[in-house]
Design a protein around this ligand. Structure first.
Ligand code: GAR
Length: 192
């Protein structure tokens, strides 16, 4: 394994992907050093996981900034303090301005569908209602447009015959397995 990339994880929700990435990193499966978690919703459960896993967590509310750009620049300055090289979005429900992505072109996201299908909110529910036989999850590089950008990896989940709850659980399981592998794959490709 080459050098470890300095990576920040940004999350707004339950944090199950955050925990999967931390655990895989601690097992030596992902060549990153996690600098900190940043979360933007005070009640986000991810902060409890960070405390349990002993990862430094920083709360920055976008509500305290007048514009998207101002919030993004605050994030940039916090991440630059740690010399972050890779930004990992794990249930981070906000778009970025170009000024953030200019500083951090290596930003990855996970989305619970086979992109480019079902971008945006409630992707699992919409795929289920559409009656797809197969759906899954996607890791991609982040660009200014929502749930777009070059694909890094996808995992397929068979939807046929499943209840919505079982489909959700299977996609979550697929995400937890895919994201650490996709991060490692992305880093190896950057180092070539
Ligand atoms: C995940 O399913 C992730 O794919 C989704 O948020 C969930 C976060 O779960 N992200 C998006 O929809 C981004 N457009 P978690 O907090 O348990 O990791």
């Amino acid at each position: 394994m080459g050098k470890k990339w300095r990576a920040a994880i940004l999350a707004s929700g339950s944090g199950s992907n955050f925990e999967a990435i931390v655990n895989a990193t601690r097992r030596g499966e992902v060549p990153i050093e996690i600098t900190k978690l940043v979360y933007n919703k005070e009640e986000a459960n991810v902060k409890k996981r960070a405390a349990r896993l002993d990862i430094h967590a920083l709360y920055i509310s976008h509500l305290n900034f007048p514009t998207r750009e101002a919030f993004d620049l605050k994030l940039v300055s916090e991440l630059k303090k740690d010399n972050v090289e890779l930004v990992i979005l794990a249930g981070w429900m906000r778009l970025f301005s170009a000024s953030f992505l200019d500083h951090f072109p290596n930003t990855l996201n996970i989305h619970p569908s086979l992109l480019p299908h079902f971008r945006g909110l409630h992707a699992i529910e919409r795929a289920y209602s559409a009656g797809v036989l197969q759906t899954g999850c996607t890791v991609h590089r982040v660009v200014v447009d929502m749930d777009s950008g070059p694909l890094v990896a996808q995992s397929f989940v068979r939807a046929e015959g499943l209840s919505l709850g079982s489909l959700r659980a299977k996609i979550q399981e697929a995400e937890h397995s895919l994201y650490p592998k996709a991060i490692s794959f992305f880093i190896r490709n950057q180092e070539k």
